[in-house]
Design a protein around this ligand. Structure first.
Ligand code: G3I
Ligand code: 9MR
Length: 575
């Protein structure tokens, strides 16, 4: 509602700028805001008849000029086929609400500068996990207008033929309740849960003073655990039930045979199955449970025995994977839900060995950790190498000298490439090759997380500034001129591919969800009209049909949670 009203207030001018439902603003800026000491950039497209070299920062309410500056020279930005000029207003530090003004252009959307600029957003992207909870009703006092009935209790789930074992033949009924819905769909997938849990736990482990302080109004609040750990436990408890007690292997997913309709969770009553045990799921489980064990150990009094239970689960999973190193996911003929299939498991091995080593300090795990040749791509469900690098960097002081040197070298040389890209980019955006693939927002943010890891080791300011730019991109400094987080920013997604947003009867979408973002492959062609624009950075449509550009997903939110914690913890030295 908030977003909708703001859009309306901008009135006629914005209406003119609407092209088939996509806002094509000419002056783009992070529409939420900046911490006072952050780097601050806006972008203006030259193609729109720009005839001035000057820009101004104006008070958002009064229009009074508070600062003036010169636009940087024009440069080409291939992903949108545009020529861009940049405004650097990093020296603006006085708290307030502002817009960027360039003669002859629409003013930018308003944004805040202030120490609290990310407070509501941080809590919002964290609260999204509560809204994604399976198996519990969302009560009005926690969920407001997004209150809903419980759905998918998963107390009676069948073992699919692909997952049958001697003690659990096909059709055996097991209980596997709780957890988060993966995305726009109502299914639960271990591979994607593993990286998501890992990133949320990392936000807390790396920046406890920020992430540990978020109070997001969830039922467990006040029980002695930080809310972030309460929320993560909701999913971790589900994950534990996905481990076959007989052998330690972990089911790949818990899903329907086919996707639910566009209905609320309580109206979705298709039978549910656990499907096939796989090496990838079992390793992601081992990694995230080992990490959880280390972190929940600080809360032994509140969750007695939990840390030990998690560690045993992780160790049993790792042992299963050792005995079954190449069991890849094969979608059974009668199942059509998400695959999360992956045949390159070096990264999953590395992440699991890393977390087990850091948690137990047992040399046998170090011996199974092969750092040489490990990718340094942004963390994704498919490539979790970056999860290992991030955890190793966090614990660098405890590593043997040679390992510490290798971690430092990998992260810093990686960051040098990103920083060079960022400086050379007409848009001041360091974009990974996967930026405009399905879920690309999470890849951009993922690169931001690796920049943060490098910054924490080197103190090189450009690394932090480039990470800020990743957040700026998702919050509106992009050629779509829109925030890619529901409910935040003047122009944000109003029609995400998200079943409960669609079916709940509330006009505004459930807030706090990062959408997948521009994706020229348009794998949803069969269900959607062609997107309004073809260039990669513009290949997006704010339409609920668009699962390839406008779906939400737990693994896309988590890097945003992490980066917002990081920026708030780290943006303190003068620019
Ligand atoms: O692995 C190849 C890579 O080798 C190649 O270079 C690249 C070039 O396009 O493609 C890579 O594969 C992509 C793959 O994701 C890995 O990133 C596919 O093109 C792409 O179609 C695939 O998209 C995945 C999508 O499911 C379809 O499988 C998304 O990453 C993944 O986030 C998404 O996940 C879905 C779940 O299945 C169901 N629940 C919703 C969720 C979000 O949309
Ligand atoms: O809703 C589904 C989404 O979560 C997936 O990412 C996507 C691709 O697997 O599939 C969506 O479901 C669609 C299905 O694939 C085809 N029929 C329409 C469904 C969307 O309403």
């Amino acid at each position: 509602m908030h977003t909708y009203l703001q859009t309306m207030r901008c009135g006629v001018l914005w209406t003119l700028a609407l092209v088939a439902g996509t806002v094509q603003a000419e002056l783009q800026v992070n529409q939420v805001g900046f911490l006072p000491l952050a780097a601050k950039w806006a972008a203006v497209s030259v193609g729109s008849g720009l005839q001035t070299n000057a820009f101004a920062v104006v008070n958002a309410a009064t229009g009074a000029t508070v600062q003036e500056g010169l636009l940087r020279p024009a440069a080409d930005w291939a992903p949108a086929g545009q020529r861009i000029r940049l405004a650097d207003f990093s020296t603006l530090q006085t708290p307030g609400h502002y817009r960027i003004r360039v003669a002859g252009q629409l003013d930018s959307a308003p944004f805040e500068v202030g120490g609290g600029a990310y407070e509501a957003l941080s809590k919002g992207v964290m609260k999204a996990y509560y809204f994604a909870r399976a198996g519990m009703p969302l009560e009005v006092r926690y969920a407001g207008v997004y209150a809903r009935q419980a759905g998918h209790p998963d107390t009676e789930v069948r073992v699919h033929a692909s997952a049958a074992s001697a003690l659990r033949p096909a059709g055996t009924v097991i209980a596997s309740p709780q957890g988060w819905y993966d995305a726009g769909d109502y299914n639960k997938y271990i591979v994607n849960s593993g990286i998501t849990v890992g990133l949320l736990l990392a936000a807390y482990e790396h920046f406890p003073q920020i992430a540990g302080a978020w109070q997001v109004n969830i039922p467990e609040q006040g029980n002695g655990l930080p809310d972030v750990l309460n929320e993560v436990a909701w999913n971790v408890d589900w994950m534990l039930s996905m481990q076959d007690p007989a052998d330690g292997g972990v089911y790949h997913k818990l899903t329907n045979l086919r996707f639910d309709g566009e209905v609320m969770p309580d109206a979705a009553t298709e039978p549910r199955y656990v499907v096939q045990k796989t090496t990838a799921a079992t390793l992601d489980f081992a990694a995230s449970m080992a990490m959880a064990s280390r972190i929940y150990a600080q809360y032994e009094a509140q969750r007695p025995g939990y840390a030990r239970q998690l560690l045993l689960a992780a160790q049993r999973a790792f042992a299963w994977a050792g005995a079954h190193p190449q069991v890849f996911y094969v979608q059974p003929a009668d199942v059509v839900t998400g695959k999360y299939e992956d045949q390159q498991l070096a990264d999953e091995w590395a992440w699991a060995a890393t977390e087990l080593w850091l948690t137990t300090k047992a040399p046998r795990y170090r011996r199974q950790l092969d750092l040489a040749g490990l990718s340094s791509a942004p963390p994704s469900w498919q490539d979790v190498s970056g999860m290992a690098w991030m955890s190793l960097a966090q614990h660098i002081a405890a590593l043997p000298a040679a390992d510490a040197a290798q971690v430092r070298q990998a992260l810093q040389s990686n960051a040098q490439h990103y920083i060079a890209d960022w400086q050379a980019s007409a848009y001041r955006l360091a974009l990974p090759p996967t930026a405009f693939h399905w879920g690309g927002t999470s890849a951009v943010l993922g690169e931001g997380m690796l920049l943060v890891a490098a910054y924490r080791l080197s103190g090189e300011r450009a690394a932090l500034d480039a990470a800020q730019s990743a957040v700026d991109y998702v919050l509106g400094r992009n050629p779509l001129g829109q925030s890619l987080v529901t409910g935040f920013g003047t122009h944000s997604p109003l029609h995400p591919h998200h079943r409960s947003s669609r079916a709940d009867g509330v006009e505004a979408p459930v807030p706090g969800f990062v959408v997948g973002g521009p994706n020229p492959k348009q794998q949803d062609k069969a269900e959607c009209p062609p997107y309004p624009s073809a260039p990669p950075a513009l290949a997006y449509v704010d339409d609920a049909c668009s699962y390839a550009s406008n779906e939400v997903a737990i693994n896309w939110n988590a890097p945003m949670v992490y980066l917002l914690a990081a920026l708030q913890a780290l943006t303190s030295s003068a620019h």
